[in-house]
Write a protein that binds this ligand. Sequence first.
Ligand code: KG4
Ligand code: ZN
Length: 413
Amino acid sequence: MLPEKTNCLQGGAAVHDDIVDRRQYSLRVDKRALILGIESSCDETAAAIVRGGEELVSSVVASQIATHAPYGGVVPELASREHLRNLVPVTRAALAKAGLTYAEVDAIAVTNGPGLAGALLTGVSFAKSLAWALGKPLIAVNHIEGHIHAVLLEERQKGAGTLEFPVLALVVSGGHTHLFLADHQGDGWHYENIGHTRDDAAGEAFDKTAKLLGLGYPGGPIIDRIAKFGDPGAVQFTFAQLKHGARQESKRAGRIEPDRKRFDFSYSGIKTAVLRYVESHGMQDAIEARRRGLLQIAAPVDEDFKRLCDRQTLDLVASFQAAMVGDLTQRTMAACREYAVRTLLVTGGVAANSALRASFEQSARGSRVRVQFPSRQLSTDNAAMIAAAAYSKWISGEFAGLDVSAEANLQLR
Ligand code: KG4
Ligand code: ZN
């Protein structure tokens, strides 16, 4: 199947503070290209088939939570070993679910960064071998771009017509807390970073706080489910006022634009604040008892957490979540105002958080910003988002050579 070009843009002005951006990106596509996506950047081995950038045909995710849980975080060497074990069966399962053979796939897309170097390398090597053996094009995809396209894939699938510019994406996960203006020119997507975390990612703060409180791993989903039992106003957390040094000139659409305001985040301080609270309130013994208690339960349910957490802990958890959600929403909505954003995409593992979704929805209500999230399954790492992000590269023939490599610190542009 040959790539055709149909994605259309009306108008032409680039996003700029004083220019009203009236362009719309057509989400309607009529493509039959079958792209096999492969994802192995962190602790999920995933494969998926997406047709025409709009139809999720199959998606398989092998989680490594059980492997890493005893360590309270991802152990890179174990992650690579698990990927090696899982890549072939997961890919076969995705093809089988789709009722397809390797030969029927049109292109192989793979995450080549950012992420854990060894983990990325397993997926990239596997995808390169497949592309070479099958004689199919190889498409390298940035993991962060994948998270952004998880939302676009599902919007297309729902039959949404257009996406209004300017588009801002908050990618908030275990490894990233980034704000990108996303623009579509010609056949491709272009991104401008207007904010990122100066230290820990938001998901990392959730995971470290949960670990500190003896709640288990990964912490985000656990905090999400138990925060509703505590008082979010019990403990006050404050965030640093971040000073933005000399503003950088940014290069977009082949021309230098004037200063662009930045909206950075910082989440290492709140983790330290939780630690101080724990120490000053003598909570260590209760935490140790909880850790041991939860180790005895294979799949703890709400009642187990309630039984093993006293009121003070539940209040602390609720307050932590409320503070994180408040800061993420406030900074992102300030960026929306600054850049006259019309569409806000909130994506990445932390976008699965129910309080975060509610907070963005409430903040956007009555404003001109339309906020969109992926489904919960596509918020966390998966390969459907990689196959979806590869679609516009397929259209424009942006293929990777067999010398493409894993890049742990790959930037998104
Ligand atoms: O996108 P993802 O699967 O992997 C990375 O690219 O990092 O995100 C994983 C992160 C973890 O930190 C996890 O705790 C967090 O997303 N997470 C959540 C929730 N579900 C996953 N954080 C808060 N609330 C959730 N419901
Ligand atoms: Zn991710």
